[in-house]
Design a protein around this ligand. Structure first.
Ligand SMILES: *[C@@H]1O[C@H](CO)[C@@H](O)[C@H](O)[C@H]1NC(C)=O
Ligand SMILES: CC(=O)N[C@H]1CO[C@H](CO)[C@@H](O)[C@@H]1O
Length: 748
């Protein structure tokens, strides 16, 4: 192959430069010493628990044994955290070298955008994502954008039709003025807020008006729930909705809106435009549609007949491209002559444009994206997280790794079939590929494409690719490649984490979770790192135990931790202080704030005691064949006053739900226990500060839990707005917590 020969020649001449470089993190030695010292502390805690079990008949024996188990589990789980921190690596691509070497040979790229509900994911947002991708700085004849609409909404189709017309103005405008970001909505917002005057004011105003007109037409259509009459009759695409009966029961709808070929697919300056395709795969009520994985697989097949790009980019419909160069950056990894051939996918972090300063719901997960993913990359590759990820098509379709196979980038060919077959035939062919029955008796969903049957199809697919011998790269540029919308209410966040933790646990229970299945294909460190994420749900019960039992025993006056004067207090203090300060430092280093860390800690608690618990129960129930697997689309857009509260970082509790009741019950339980114990101290017991001496840690624990739950008490007593804790939840949880306390004290 020419490329390889060239590279070798360059390498021989001593002037070979790779397309990307990898740097390792420093300071690992200090980290290892520190972790070892913490581990010694943890061992002392274990020893204390084992050696101080209360004797038969003494109070608190069983509680103590429970704590022993919980402490053991926390210590072991803590060990799993380390592989992430052994060897974080940071990648830097060199796109100018890519241009020098491969500008003429750049591969075709197919970009998939999936949407599932026009009510939650408004069409205007979706087309902004589409437009931002179409405007990538890349040869336009090699780009294709596919929108998969699982709701088969004619309004989304209408929006895409409008976008295809607007794009004819937008793409030349972006090119001419080097517009960044290339999502029109984000661009106009950024320009509006920047003060410097615009040199190209006239064209700017013109295009802004075009955009606003389009936006209002689409929003109107959404409001009345109907496509304007004149458009409906003018475009033949809408006739495909004639046989449509509901979003769960319809034929495949496919429309090639821009075919990248004829003159109707040129922009206003006569340049080629990317191919643009709308797809709503066939749905029948009796056939499982496999959620997003099913949509992605239909897209993979349909795109293979239309453009067959070698690289597939997949983004959520709310994640617009914030950097028109990031496609070239990603290609640097794939096309590198030395390492590129073993890389299956390039993952960028999931970043959000509307995370507030202190990130009330912990949505940004800075430690995860700024540290842990880099750590996984150092161990053989980060996970595939379902958005902002570039894949090689053949690998996504099941190809196994083989040391012999080197990069072979096909010469770019004109898509001749588009000329030969007419578009109508091509669409007909694609329809069968997206039909419900196509996958029967095939290995789609098992070996090919995204895997089925797991709530986190992306994670398990990425893992199966690793098991086939491939590596992946985590690319985390300072200027974000994609920006999305983070959950803006508490219930949304909790539901999202329920799905994630549930899916992780499903993976752990599948063949991919076992240590021996992946033996030899992924490193033990990476296996541990995956375990760390996949076992989230097992944190639920131990955390609940820590939130309930020590506080109840505090109320009753039975100590479960070492006294102030005991030397055993030292390991406790060291582990607690050491670990929290380490986590705090890590959080700050990752770009968070102190208040943000406190919020993150609160969410850490809430996720464990509600999302993970419910996920755990659900997985167990499903194992025994009880409930149905359901995918909840997290609501992505808020009402007016909800977003105001979000910006002020006031917690949004939402409607009454079992998750909320549980959280509130725990909050009240701790409040009652703490207050009860203190009152007991003041009014009943004589002799001063006894519990401070004997039960310092329990008082502290309850105290911290009360402090962390302040928003709950506020939400009940102090707030008057709509986002406050629902009355019914407040009543239920107060009654529950109170009766738990009373019962517990009475039983003894
Ligand atoms: C998004 O892109 C703009 C430039 O267009 C840049 O100024 C901004 O920092 C980027 N945002 C993030 C979060 O990286
Ligand atoms: C959908 C949504 O809530 N968007 C908000 C994201 O945050 C910015 C400011 O931080 C708001 O202006 C958006 O309305």
């Amino acid at each position: 192959m020419a490329t390889e020969a060239e590279a070798e020649a360059e390498a021989e001449a001593g002037e070979y430069y790779p397309l990307f470089e990898t740097r390792r993190a420093r300071g690992r030695f200090i980290y290892i010493i520190f972790s070892l010292s913490l581990f010694v502390g943890i061992c002392f805690i274990w020893v204390y628990r084992v050696s101080h079990i209360p004797r038969e008949g003494e109070d608190g024996k069983w509680a103590w044994i429970g704590l022993l188990c919980v402490d053991l589990w926390f210590g072991l789980y803590w060990l799993l955290r380390h592989p992430f921190r052994w060897n974080p690596v940071f990648r830097q691509p060199f796109r100018h070298i890519l241009s020098q070497r491969y500008e003429k040979k750049l591969p075709r790229v197919d970009m998939f955008v999936c949407t599932a509900d026009p009510g939650i994911e408004p069409p205007v947002m979706v087309i902004n994502t589409v437009l931002s991708l179409m405007a990538y700085d890349y040869p336009k004849e090699k780009l294709s954008v596919y929108l998969s609409d699982d709701a088969a909404s004619d309004i989304t189709f209408y929006a895409l039709l409008e976008a295809s017309i607007f794009a004819k103005h937008w793409l030349p405008f972006c090119k001419k003025f080097k517009v960044e970001p290339t999502s029109p909505a984000a661009y106009f917002k950024a320009i509006a807020s920047s003060s410097h005057t615009n040199q190209h004011a006239q064209q700017f105003q013109a295009i802004k008006k075009l955009y606003q007109d389009m936006e209002s037409r689409i929003e109107n259509a959404c409001k009345v729930g109907q496509v304007p009459h004149e458009v409906h009759s003018k475009h033949k695409g809408f006739s495909q909705w004639d046989s449509y009966s509901s979003r769960h029961d319809h034929d495949t709808i496919i429309q090639i809106l821009l075919d990248g070929r004829d003159s109707s697919a040129e922009d206003v300056e006569g340049n080629v435009m990317p191919i643009l395709v709308y797809l709503a795969r066939e749905k029948r009520p009796q056939v499982a549609h496999n959620f997003k994985a099913g949509a992605m697989n239909a897209l993979i097949r349909v795109s293979s007949t239309i453009s067959n790009g070698e690289i597939i980019l997949n983004v959520d419909c709310d994640m617009y491209s914030n950097n028109s160069q990031s496609l070239r950056d990603a290609l640097c990894f794939f096309m590198d002559e030395v390492k590129g051939h073993e890389i299956a996918f390039v993952q960028t972090p999931q970043c959000f444009e509307n995370v507030t300063k202190n990130d009330l719901y912990g949505g940004a997960m800075p430690v995860c994206y700024e540290l842990e993913f880099h750590g996984m990359d150092g161990l053989g590759g980060s996970m595939y997280i379902g958005t902002g990820c570039f894949h090689r098509r053949d690998i996504l379709c099941g190809r196994k790794f083989n040391y012999q196979c080197r990069n072979a980038w096909n010469e770019y060919k004109n898509i001749d079939h588009m000329k030969e077959e007419n578009l109508h035939k091509l669409e007909e062919k694609s329809k069968t590929l997206a039909s419900c029955t196509y996958e029967e008796n095939t290995s789609w969903g098992e070996e090919m494409g995204l895997l089925y049957g797991c709530a986190v199809e992306d994670l398990i697919t990425g893992l199966s690719i690793k098991f086939r011998g491939w590596k992946s790269v985590y690319y985390n540029p300072e200027r974000r490649a994609f920006l999305g919308v983070a959950p803006t209410t508490l219930p949304e966040t909790l539901v999202q984490h329920k799905r994630w933790s549930e899916g992780g646990f499903q993976i752990q229970l599948s063949k991919y979770g076992s240590a021996w299945y992946g033996w030899g294909s992924i490193s033990p460190g990476l296996q541990m790192a995956y375990c760390y994420y996949n076992l989230w749900v097992l944190q639920a019960l131990p955390t609940l135990y820590y939130c309930i039992i020590p506080s109840l025993y505090l109320l009753k006056g039975i100590p479960l931790f070492p006294q102030m004067s005991s030397p055993w207090l030292i390991p406790y203090a060291y582990v607690m202080l050491g670990d929290s300060s380490y986590c705090l430092l890590e959080f700050l280093w990752s770009g968070g704030t102190i208040q943000g860390w406190w919020n993150d800690t609160r969410m850490w608690l809430y996720k464990r005691t509600s999302s993970y618990l419910f996920a755990f129960v659900d997985v167990i129930l499903k194992r025994f064949g009880f409930s149905e697997s359901g995918f909840v689309v997290s609501a992505k857009v808020a009402e007016e006053n909800v977003s105001q509260r979000y910006e002020k970082e006031v917690m949004e509790f939402g409607d009454s739900s079992p998750m909320l009741t549980l959280l509130a019950t725990l909050a009240f339980l701790n409040l009652f226990c703490l207050v009860g114990a203190l009152l007991n101290q003041v009014f009943i017991r004589e002799g001063g500060l006894r519990i401070y001496e004997t039960m310092t840690l329990q008082v502290l624990l309850s105290g911290v839990l009360v402090l962390i739950n302040l928003p709950v008490y506020q939400g009940l007593y102090l707030r008057k707005d709509k986002g406050r804790l629902p009355k019914s939840v407040a009543v239920k949880s107060t009654v529950l917590a109170l009766s738990a306390c009373v019962l517990f004290v009475a039983i003894s």
